[in-house]
Design a protein around this ligand. Structure first.
Ligand SMILES: *[C@@H]1O[C@H](CO)[C@@H](O)[C@H](O)[C@H]1NC(C)=O
Ligand SMILES: *[C@@H]1O[C@H](CO)[C@@H](O)[C@H](O)[C@H]1NC(C)=O
Ligand SMILES: *[C@@H]1O[C@H](CO)[C@@H](O)[C@H](O)[C@H]1NC(C)=O
Ligand SMILES: *[C@@H]1O[C@H](CO)[C@@H](O)[C@H](O)[C@H]1NC(C)=O
Ligand SMILES: *[C@@H]1O[C@H](CO)[C@@H](O)[C@H](O)[C@H]1NC(C)=O
Length: 767
């Protein structure tokens, strides 16, 4: 055996037995197995049973995901089936099955604390019962703690105040029954605080108002009482949900950026502050079922973004000015069951098709049948006059009463007709006015929602955000109504736009036309499964929006896919442009190719059935700021499959899949080729192949066609490995094309050879 052979063997064994960087430490594996036992073997962890491999590679699902970094578990999400019945209790979640008597939160958390690298922990609906022990603070790296829908009671342990990295704390739907602690401001990075559906008592601690990072506070369905402090310091706050408590102060000043304020079913009193008219971002305001008095500020109705305004069942009085304006987005107004008098302003008139207006149970002049009777209204009406001439109250009331009777009589029939019209349009408009993410089920969304969770957490959670629904309105807003300035490009699938969500997250939005024959239900299921694919080298699908055009029987559907935005352009431009900052050396190219090959290999393992034809091309490989490649437009076949099935009922599914599999290998061969020689003008591909492939055989030929950047940065051996696998991939003989596993292995081998050559060169240079 010559020295060369020996070297080769050394390299080969190094390549083959190189320890995987993700190999989970045995001790961490043990902890996971113990947790599973503590939780009495929930079905969500059934996948662990016959899995002997590295648990970091267990494929994520909605029920379970594990993420790792440097051999340590950094993310753990388990969603159990100790189900709660959402519909049973007025729409709020009640868990209804606990773990057995022998379960102990103390020993469970002791075991848990042996995963000190955890940054994301989500244990939902697992039947965990008992008090939350103080030692939870040992998980000092935690950024997300979500223990929703369990049976945890008692208080929030004080030591949580030391977990300063927390930015999401959700204890929704448990049985916490002490006060909300006043030390939460120790968590100076907290953005989401969700304690709804518990039995928290006492006051709303004013210390919460010092947490400037908070974007969402949800404390609804508790037993909080007393005063709500000045909230204006919470400059980042978007969502405030305090429904169904016993808060009984006047309404405080609210922060300027507030989008959603849900304060119904408390005992708030006094006037609606004029300051509410300055909340230019406000979209949903629910003040129903309180004890608010005075005349509502007219400007509330004309706020630029307001879409849902509910003031029902208060003590509001006085008359609206006749020229009251309604904002263009106002779709639902409820002012019923108050003591309002005078005429209904025209923009609230029931003959408007634009909005649903509820106004029964007042003393308004417009509507006879659904207003209070005269005796009740006399009081309301007289109060209006008090400030003028006290003595004429009775007289004026009688006069107005008489006029009322007349008006009621004349408009009786007409108003009946109007009621009918407003009712028939109610359903649609309401759906438009109240978005999917509105009132119920806020918290679970806050926690899983891509729009609210911070970027860091999103990367960490790995298996996280459940596919999200976006409204067309939201997308239009994010893209400036699909303005040309947001246009990113156009490919075979259609246009791509950049968008900016309300919370500042950048996204890429792809509208697709979908045949009307395609069932929306099927499409949803497919999109949901696509959004569950998580891989470091796949561009994540964050959500979708299906627009059926509003007309059930005409035209086609449009579906909008919302992807994470990858900032640094596509691989093809890197290959074609010679800007110094975009130069990709051979080793860089290999690293990118390996990333992509891993992603495709992952898709081919069948995590989602049918994700085989992945439209591989250099345009679809996006690079982030660290030049990590991310494949986009993968898995489109599972969306378009249905259409194709309708169009061509020729080939059986099996032969289709085989063809697609080979399609991916062939297309990847083209990507390899472009990595070697630079971008190939489309359409020219096959001709190029015939005439030039042979050139790779000789040194001269290579010098002529291989990209000079590659030639000057590669070792000949590494280049030869890739040339050879490229030829196999694009071989006209389908049967001689390699498997993706083969491709990946060869690329990793070429990278190792290159790394060795680079290291040798470096040591030559220094010695
Ligand atoms: C939830 O409760 C409703 C009303 O009681 C009932 O109809 C429904 O079947 C329940 N669902 C489950 C999953 O138990
Ligand atoms: C718990 O939920 C199950 C269905 O999941 C239902 O049959 C049962 O009645 C519920 N029990 C309680 C106490 O709500
Ligand atoms: C909280 O609930 C637990 C368990 O039901 C009970 O033992 C405890 O006394 C309650 N605490 C308060 C302050 O109500
Ligand atoms: C809080 O967040 C900022 C910015 O994300 C970060 O730099 C800082 O380290 C965080 N603080 C803690 C205590 O984690
Ligand atoms: C509502 O407010 C009025 C004073 O504005 C007060 O007299 C009344 O007791 C309050 N009602 C409730 C239920 O708090």
């Amino acid at each position: 055996m010559g020295p060369f052979h020996l070297l080769f063997l050394v390299i080969l064994s190094w390549v083959l037995f190189l320890p995987s960087t993700h190999e989970l430490q045995t001790s961490q594996r043990q902890v996971l197995l113990q947790l599973r036992k503590h939780l009495e073997f929930p079905s969500a962890l059934g996948v662990m049973e016959n899995f002997n491999g590295d648990l970091c590679y267990l494929s994520s699902s909605a029920q379970m995901s594990i993420s790792c970094q440097d051999n340590l578990i950094t993310g753990l999400k388990i969603m159990g089936d100790k189900l709660f019945n959402v519909s049973e209790f007025n729409g709020f979640a009640i868990p209804n099955k606990t773990l057995s008597e022998s379960f102990s939160t103390d020993s469970f958390v002791t075991t848990l604390s042996r995963l000190p690298s955890l940054r994301v922990l989500s244990l939902v609906s697992l039947g965990i019962w008992g008090p939350l022990p103080d030692k939870i603070h040992r998980l000092s790296s935690l950024e997300v703690l979500d223990l929703s829908s369990n049976f945890i009671f008692g208080s929030i342990p004080p030591k949580i105040s030391t977990m300063v990295k927390l930015h999401t704390l959700s204890l929704e739907a448990n049985y916490f029954n002490e006060t909300v602690p006043d030390w939460l401001d120790s968590l100076s990075n907290l953005t989401v605080l969700c304690l709804k559906n518990n039995r928290f008592k006492g006051q709303f601690p004013s210390s919460i108002c010092r947490i400037k990072t908070l974007t969402s506070i949800a404390l609804s369905h508790n037993e909080l009482s007393g005063k709500l402090p000045d909230m204006s310091t919470l400059t980042s706050l978007h969502v405030l949900d305090l429904r169904e408590n016993h808060l009984d102060s006047e309404l405080p000043v609210m922060p300027k950026g507030l989008v959603t304020a849900l304060l119904s079913k408390n005992s708030f009193s006094g006037k609606i502050p004029a300051q509410f008219s300055d909340l230019s971002q406000l979209q949903h305001l629910d003040l129903a079922f309180n004890n608010l008095s005075g005349t509502p500020p007219s400007n509330l109705f004309s706020l630029p973004k307001i879409s849902y305004l509910n003031l029902a069942s208060n003590m509001l009085s006085g008359a609206f000015p006749a020229d009251l304006n309604c904002g263009g987005k106002l779709g639902f107004v409820d002012i019923s069951k108050n003591k309002l008098i005078g005429d209904l302003p025209s923009c609230l008139g029931s003959n408007s098709d634009e909005r649903v207006v509820e106004f029964t149970g007042n003393c308004l002049a417009d509507d006879s049948q659904h207003q209070h009777e005269l005796s009740y209204c006399k009081q309301a009406l007289s109060r209006r006059k008090q400030s003028r001439v006290r003595e004429t109250v009775v007289l004026v009331a009688i006069v107005i009463g008489a006029v009322l009777v007349l008006v009621l009589f004349v408009f009786g029939v007409l108003s009946l007709y109007r009621r009918y019209r407003s009712r028939t349009s109610e359903h649609n408009i309401f759906a438009k006015a109240v978005p999917d993410n509105s009132p119920n089920g806020f918290c679970s969304e806050l926690v899983t929602n891509a729009r609210f969770i911070s970027q860091a957490a999103k990367l960490e959670t790995h298996g996280a955000p459940v596919c999200q629904l976006f409204s067309l309105e939201e997308l239009k807003e994010a893209t400036n109504n699909f303005d040309f300035s947001m246009f990113l490009g156009e490919g075979s699938l259609g246009k791509l736009y950049k968008g900016k969500l309300e919370n500042g997250t950048s996204v890429a939005i792809r509208p697709l036309a979908i045949s009307k024959k395609c069932s929306t239900q099927n499409l949803k299921v497919r999109l949901d499964s696509l959004s569950k694919l998580h891989h470091p080298h796949l561009v994540g699908l964050l959500g979708h929006c299906i627009d059926s055009g509003g007309h059930e029987d005409s035209g086609g559907n449009r579906v909008f896919l919302i992807y994470e935005y990858i900032s640094c352009g596509n691989y093809r431009t890197y290959l074609s442009e010679n800007y110094p900052e975009k130069v990709l050396k051979w080793a860089d190219r290999l690293a990118i190719l390996i990333g992509v090959a891993k992603a495709v290999h992952f898709l081919h393992t069948g995590v989602i059935p049918g994700s085989f034809n992945n439209r591989l091309k250099t345009n679809n490989i996006l690079l982030d700021e660290h030049r990590i490649p991310k494949l986009s437009d993968y898995g489109m076949s599972i969306i378009t499959e249905e259409i194709e099935k309708l169009e061509a009922k020729g080939e059986g599914p099996k032969s289709c899949r085989k063809k697609d599999l080979e399609g991916d290998v062939y297309n990847f061969g083209f990507i390899l080729l472009e990595s070697l020689v630079g971008p190939i003008v489309s359409g020219k591909g096959d001709m190029f192949l015939l005439s030039e492939m042979a050139s790779f055989g000789s040194q001269d030929g290579r010098r002529r066609i291989v990209d000079p950047i590659v030639l000057t940065t590669c070792s000949q051996e590494s280049l030869s490995i890739v040339v050879s696998i490229t030829k196999k991939c694009i071989s006209p003989e389908v049967s001689s094309r390699p498997s993706f596993e083969d491709v990946l292995w060869n690329l990793q081998y070429a990278a190792q050879v290159q790394a060795t050559a680079d290291a040798d060169q470096k040591s030559d240079a220094t010695s």
